[in-house]
Ligand binder design. Structure first.
Ligand SMILES: NC(=O)c1ccc[n+]([C@@H]2O[C@H](COP(=O)([O-])OP(=O)(O)OC[C@H]3O[C@@H](n4cnc5c(N)ncnc54)[C@H](O)[C@@H]3O)[C@@H](O)[C@H]2O)c1
Length: 452
């Protein structure tokens, strides 16, 4: 065993190892590209034939500049190949990295079916010594209690016949400052050899440092902590934003001022809700595990109530102001700017805009949508199609709601926008992209989250 591990360590240090990335999504594609750029041969696997076909043509479908730039040449030079079956790639690989989805089930509990299915398939493919890495997000104990037993069903033992590591992915795609290679990586193996091999691999592909921890559960807990931290802190500023709107105090200015403290404070900003694939989902993996352990997480549950209340708070506030300027909510038309959950991307997963659209519809408010990145979005049975341009979205409307921090909404000349709108227009900036002076100077009644 020690011999097999040192052979693999040599193959990693000489970049002769073959890396199999299982799950070619937002996480898997950049990781495949980083591995190939470092010199490893990469065999990608995805059950989605369409994705495999696109990767095989060198087409990058994830919004990641780094991958978009490098994938085509890495595919044409044969460094990255893609397959639909694990059996076509795993036997030829030294390292297998699992990046499959870990969503929530309808009842809100973790859905580990993708991870379990991969473990079962892998168990029959561990013919020679390999390093197996789980990157998918899950609660502490998943690797040791759920993944490992399924993997060992084939008769091989972790820490003896193969190395097993959990290393959470921290990528924030669309983030221009931090990409897959520049974010430090946490690695926790089931034994020292596994941790050593995992750390050696990530050190070989990253520019950032690799942090080793005492085991997979600590690495899983690290990821949970990071995303619970964000979820709870966003809830805190959401709650305080609403308070300061009532108090008549500019809370955004207060956050910016607090952020000048060089220690002990990290700025979070309020908004119309919490979106994306990770922050509103991951904390509920820990909630599940905590409940199982007989220790319900009160903080996350409170945060959930606060965060989920923000879309309704946004709509209530807007309609209150429209009524003040004598506009009947049932007769007004609102332009919703932004459908994706964050600026500069087309991802609409759990976007607060979806909740805003649901509430507006329930209240009978007519809405026109515009997003420079998203063409259409389906909310229940209704499909919303973005107008062709930002100015098209505001023709004859009474209010604009900025729901996403896209650069275009920061830059547009507001007096040109106002000229297209009905008299007494309202601008509700839920992302605090524009100043009160700009909006009022252009003739808008101004509303902003966290500001009176
Ligand atoms: N998206 C992010 O920014 C991000 C960041 C950090 C961590 N994560 C975590 O990483 C994991 C993957 O997330 P993602 O955003 O890349 O998901 P994704 O949905 O974009 O990609 C997952 C891919 O796995 C494929 N897949 C499913 N079952 C498979 C199987 N049995 N074999 C091979 N492929 C299979 C799917 O077809 C899909 O292409 C999740 O646990 C997520 O929580 C995501």
């Amino acid at each position: 065993m020690a011999d097999s591990a040192s052979v693999l360590a040599d193959r990693i240090s000489s970049k002769n190892a073959t890396v199999c990335v299982i799950g070619l999504g937002y996480v898997g594609v950049p990781l495949a590209v980083a591995s190939a750029q470092a010199g490893f041969s990469v065999l990608g696997v995805d059950v989605d034939e369409n994705k495999v076909e696109q990767i095989s043509r060198g087409v990058c479908y994830v919004e990641d500049k780094y991958s978009e730039e490098l994938l085509p040449s890495l595919v044409s030079s044969g460094k990255i190949k893609a397959f639909t079956k694990m059996s076509e790639a795993v036997p030829r690989s030294d390292i297998a990295i699992i990046c499959v989805p870990t969503p929530l089930k309808k009842d809100g509990d973790p859905d580990l079916s993708f991870l379990k299915s991969v473990a079962k398939s892998l168990s029959g493919l561990l013919t020679d010594y390999k390093l197996i890495v789980v990157e998918s997000t899950s609660y502490p104990g998943t690797t040791q209690e759920v993944f490992r037993p399924l993997l060992e069903r084939g008769g091989k033992t972790a820490g003896k016949d193969f190395a097993l590591v959990y290393s959470p992915e921290r990528i924030d795609y669309g983030n221009a400052s931090f990409g897959v290679r520049s974010i430090p990586k946490v690695v926790g193996g089931v034994d020292e050899e596994s941790t050593r091999l995992g750390a050696a691999f990530y050190t070989a592909i990253l520019q950032a440092k690799v942090v080793t921890v005492s085991g997979p559960s600590v690495a899983e807990a690290t990821k949970m902590l990071e995303n619970v931290f964000r979820y709870v802190n966003i809830a805190l500023v959401n709650e305080l934003a609403v308070l300061h709107e009532i108090l008549g105090v500019d809370f955004i200015e207060a956050i910016d001022a607090a952020a000048t403290k060089p220690f002990g404070f990290m700025a979070h900003y309020p908004g119309p809700g919490v979106g994306g694939h990770c922050i509103p989902k991951d904390p509920f993996y820990l909630v599940y595990k905590a409940k199982k352990a007989g220790f319900p997480l009160r903080m996350v549950s409170t945060a959930e109530v606060l965060n989920n209340g923000m879309p309704k708070h946004t709509v209530d506030r807007l309609l209150g102001v429209l009524r003040k300027v004598k506009k009947n909510p049932r007769r007004v038309k609102v332009a919703l700017w932004g459908l994706s959950y964050k600026g500069g991307v087309k991802d609409t997963r759990r976007s607060p805009s979806v909740d805003l659209l649901k509430i507006f519809r329930r209240l009978g408010v007519k809405v026109v949508v515009y997003d420079p990145f998203v063409g259409t979005i389906k909310v229940g049975s209704v499909q919303y199609t973005s107008t062709g341009s930002l100015l098209d979205s505001v023709k004859g409307v009474d209010a604009v709601v900025i729901a996403t921090n896209h650069a275009a909404f920061r830059q547009v000349d507001l007096s040109v926008v106002k000229a297209q709108m009905n008299p007494d227009p309202v601008l509700f900036d839920t992302r605090n992209l524009r100043t009160r002076a700009e909006c009022e100077g252009a003739g808008f009644t101004y509303l902003a989250t966290g500001r009176p």
